[in-house]
Design a protein around this ligand. Structure first.
Ligand SMILES: Nc1ncnc2c1ncn2[C@@H]1O[C@H](COP(=O)(O)OP(=O)(O)OP(=O)(O)O)[C@@H](O)[C@H]1O
Length: 290
């Protein structure tokens, strides 16, 4: 199986921020959720993949090649959808169709037309008058009509209604179905990732905390709830990222440790957002202790 994205030992320093030793791999045919708090370093990583932002240490390969090896092929292998429309506001769909045709060798006009129809986008209206959801659909119609190997999404599904969101999530899954493409999906809407991601990577303060298959991550941890008095010197070593509330606490625990903490706790299956929250809390608490 070939890897569509391969990042090795990537480092980048700004005055007040450091992206440190980023290693990421997405095999062909898979979706990776890239998540972390505001300012964690997601967009910085994406800008380096897109080669908007330069780096001195580490390497990035997209579909087996680095930017330096073949800049045109490298750029053609990537499609990007962010949270802002990339179309000229006074253009209509006809102008966009022609621009895409001229600019992208793999652009498939029939595919584009069928997405325009499917998403019910008006041919005769200026993009300026499109709603946010319509602009997002148009960006995806343009993207799905090219044969890019790596699709990068940076908060691309922000502000969509549940029906449009569901439709797009299905289309994203279809986009990778032929097994030759992959998606790096950065979002704060973790429920989208619960639905379609195969891998989840947490980044915190410029460092990768965890990167693994989503199902493995969801099986690896359980959520523990109890009263503060139930925490002892013995069982506290198994509790990850304890969140103390007024009358109770919540923490993560490794599934294999669940029987070691004693009885009387409420134990539930966690969501990705809860695993992220407690993992980050644990890291902060660990830093404070050392
Ligand atoms: N060109 C730059 N010069 C200096 N610092 C920068 C530059 N670009 C980004 N940063 C800093 O890098 C850090 C990470 O920013 P980044 O945009 O990658 O975060 P993010 O994880 O995408 O956050 P968000 O979820 O808020 O979009 C921030 O502290 C930001 O101020």
């Amino acid at each position: 199986m070939n890897n569509i994205l391969e990042i090795k030992n990537l480092n980048k320093s700004y005055k007040k921020f450091e992206l440190k030793n980023i290693n990421l791999t997405i095999p062909a045919g898979y979706i990776m959720g890239y998540v972390g708090q505001n300012g964690a370093g997601k967009t910085t990583t994406i800008n380096m993949i897109n080669h908007i932002c330069k780096y001195k240490e580490g390497s990035i390969k997209v579909d087996g090649i680095t930017y330096e090896e073949n800049p045109v092929k490298y750029k053609e292998s990537i499609a990007f959808v962010g949270d802002e429309s990339f179309f000229y506001p006074s253009a209509k769909i006809s102008v966009i169709r022609k621009t895409l045709k001229d600019f992208y060798p793999t652009f498939n006009e029939d595919k584009f037309n069928s997405f325009i129809k499917k998403y019910n986008l008006p041919e005769k209206q200026k993009i300026d008058y499109f709603s946010r959801g319509m602009k997002v659909k148009l960006m995806f119609a343009a993207t799905f009509s090219r044969d890019s190997k790596l699709l990068i999404l940076d908060e691309a599904t922000n502000g969509l209604d549940p029906v449009v969101r569901e439709e797009l999530l299905n289309d994203l899954q279809e986009y990778i179905e032929n097994g030759s493409r992959s998606i790096l999906f950065s979002t704060h809407v973790l429920s989208d990732l619960e639905e379609i991601a195969d891998y989840i990577t947490f980044i915190d303060e410029g460092r990768i905390l965890v990167s693994k298959p989503k199902d493995e991550m969801l099986e690896d941890y359980l959520l523990v709830k109890g009263e503060p008095g139930q925490i002892t010197g013995e069982n506290s070593k198994y509790l990850i990222g304890i969140d103390h509330k007024a009358y109770n606490f919540e923490a993560l625990i490794k599934t294999e440790d669940a029987e070691k903490i004693g009885s009387g706790f409420v134990i539930e299956k966690p969501e990705i957002s809860q695993i992220m929250l407690h993992s980050i809390k644990e890291r902060r608490q660990h830093e404070k202790r050392n």
